[in-house]
Design a binder for this molecule. Structure first.
Ligand SMILES: NC(=O)c1ccc[n+]([C@@H]2O[C@H](COP(=O)([O-])OP(=O)(O)OC[C@H]3O[C@@H](n4cnc5c(N)ncnc54)[C@H](OP(=O)(O)O)[C@@H]3O)[C@@H](O)[C@H]2O)c1
Length: 357
C-alpha cells in the first residue's frame, strides 16, 4: 500500500510554516503535553545528557518511566542523572546510564547487546543524539570511514533500531528528533547501493550539486535530517506489512519531529572558530539566544509523540510522519518516490553491515 503523494502546494505551505516557526516560535502559544502514567515503562533516549534529549528524559522520568540515558560519555550521563534526581526526588532507582556513541557502529552494537541483557522490552525509544554543523567545519570520517555527521545523526539510529527491533514492545513508540533543516535534504535517483568510504557522495550524504558539499559538514546535515523522516516512513511500512502478514493490526508508532529553533548547547558546539573565521555561526549562536524557544517547548512534541495514545497519530495517514508543534506536516520524505525511498533502505543496510528485510 502506498501513500497518496501530497501536493506541491501542501509541501511549500508546510515549508513556509516551518520557516515562520523558526523565526517566531518564541511568540507562539505554549505547548502543553498531558502527563501519562508511565510507571513500569522503559524508555531509552540517545543524547540524553543535554538539551532536548535531557528535557525528554526529565519529562518521562516525571511521568514515572524507567529511563536509560544513552550518552557517549559515562560522566555526562551520570551528571544528567544527578540533575534529574534533584528535580524529581526519589527517581534515582529508575535512572540508568548507557554508554553509546551513535557515530560508531561498534559502540552501538556493544551498548545494545548489554541493554538487551538488562531489559525485557523497550516501550519508548528516542533517537535524539545529533550534532549541528559549522559552515567552515571540514568533513570528518569515523573509524568505519563514514562521514561523522551521517553516522552520528542517522546511521547509528538505523542500526540501533534494527538491533532492538525484537526487544520493542508491541505498542512501542519510536521517536526521531529531526529538524526543519530536513526541507533542504535532497537525494539523487542513482546514489550507490554499497558503502562509499572516506568520501562524501553527492546525492546521498549531501544534496546533489550543493556548493562546498564535498568539503563542508554543513551541507551534510540536511540530508541526515531528511533520512530520519524517510526512515520513519519506511519503518512504519515495515511494521504494517509484518502485522498484516500475521493478521494483526500494527500498534507500533514511529514518528519524527522538529524541535524548531530551540536554544540548547548545540550552538556552542557547531564551530569553535573565532568570529572572523566563522561569522555566520557566531550569528546563529546569538540568534538562537535571542529568538530560540525554551528547551521545554522544543522537546514538547517529542515527549507527546513518545507517550500519546491518540489514534490520529497511529493512523496510516499520519504514522511514520513528520511533526511540528504537535501537528503533522508534509516533509521531504512525503515527496520522494517509492523506488528512491527503498534505495535508501538498501544503502543504509549496506553501510550498517546488516540485512534487515
Ligand atoms: N536546538 C535546535 O534548535 C535544534 C533544531 C533542529 C534539530 N535539532 C536536533 O535536536 C537534537 C538534539 O540537539 P540539541 O539541540 O538538544 O543539542 P545538544 O544539547 O548538543 O544535544 C545533543 C546531544 O547529542 C549527543 N551526541 C552528539 N553526538 C553523539 C554521539 N556520537 N553519540 C552519542 N551522543 C551524541 C550530545 O552529547 P555531548 O553532550 O557529548 O555532545 C548531546 O547529548 C539533535 O539531533 C539536533 O540535530 C536541534
Amino acid at each position: 500500500m502506498t501513500d497518496a503523494k501530497p501536493t506541491r502546494y501542501a509541501f511549500f505551505r508546510d515549508l513556509f510554516l516551518g520557516m515562520i516557526g523558526l523565526a517566531l516560535g518564541r511568540l507562539f502559544p505554549t505547548l502543553h503535553v498531558a502527563p501519562k502514567d508511565l510507571t513500569g515503562k522503559i524508555a531509552v533516549i540517545t543524547g540524553a545528557n543535554s538539551g532536548i534529549g535531557f528535557q525528554i528524559a526529565l519529562d518521562l522520568t516525571k511521568q514515572g518511566a524507567i529511563v536509560y540515558l544513552a550518552c557517549r560519555s559515562q560522566s555526562k550521563a551520570e551528571q544528567a542523572i544527578s540533575e534529574i534526581v534533584k528535580q524529581v526526588p526519589g527517581s534515582d532507582s529508575r535512572l540508568r546510564s548507557l554508554v553509546l556513541d551513535t557515530s560508531s557502529l561498534i559502540s552501538v552494537k556493544e551498548a545494545i547487546e548489554g541493554l538487551k541483557r538488562d531489559v525485557p522490552l523497550i516501550d519508548i525509544l528516542v533517537h535524539n543524539a545529533g550534532i549541528g554543523t559549522g559552515s567552515t567545519t571540514e568533513v570528518g570520517f569515523t573509524q568505519e570511514r563514514l562521514p561523522v555527521v551521517y553516522a552520528t545523526n542517522f546511521l547509528g539510529s538505523f542500526l540501533m533500531t534494527h538491533l532492538l527491533e525484537s526487544h520493542l514492545a508491541d505498542d512501542a513508540h519510536v521517536v526521531l528528533t529531526t529538524s526543519t533543516g530536513q526541507y533542504a535534504g535532497r537525494f539523487s535517483s542513482d546514489f550507490a547501493l554499497k558503502p562509499v568510504y572516506d568520501k562524501v557522495e553527492m546525492g546521498f550524504h549531501c544534496p546533489p550539486a550543493s556548493p562546498d558539499s564535498l568539503t563542508r559538514d554543513s551541507s551534510l546535515y540536511s540530508n541526515t535530517k531528511s533520512m530520519q523522516c524517510c526512515f520513519a516512513k519506511l519503518l512504519r511500512d515495515r511494521w504494517q506489512r509484518i502485522a498484516a502478514a500475521q493478521g494483526k493490526v500494527n500498534k507500533r508508532y514511529v514518528n519524527a519531529f522538529t524541535p524548531g529553533f530551540t536554544f540548547t548547547p548545540i550552538f556552542e558546539k557547531v564551530s569553535k572558530r573565532p568570529f572572523a573565521e566563522d561569522p555566520s555561526f557566531w550569528l546563529l549562536r546569538m540568534t538562537a539566544s535571542w529568538i530560540g524557544t525554551h528547551v521545554s517547548q522544543g522537546a514538547a512534541t517529542g515527549v507527546w509523540l513518545s507517550t500519546t495514545v491518540d489514534k490520529m497519530v497511529l493512523s496510516r495517514e499520519n504514522g511514520g510522519g513528520y511533526w511540528e508543534r504537535m501537528s503533522r506536516r508534509v516533509s521531504t520524505a512525503d515527496m520522494i518516490g517509492r523506488e528512491k525511498l527503498e534505495r535508501l533502505w538498501v544503502r543504509w543496510e549496506k553501510d550498517a553491515g546488516v540485512e534487515w528485510r
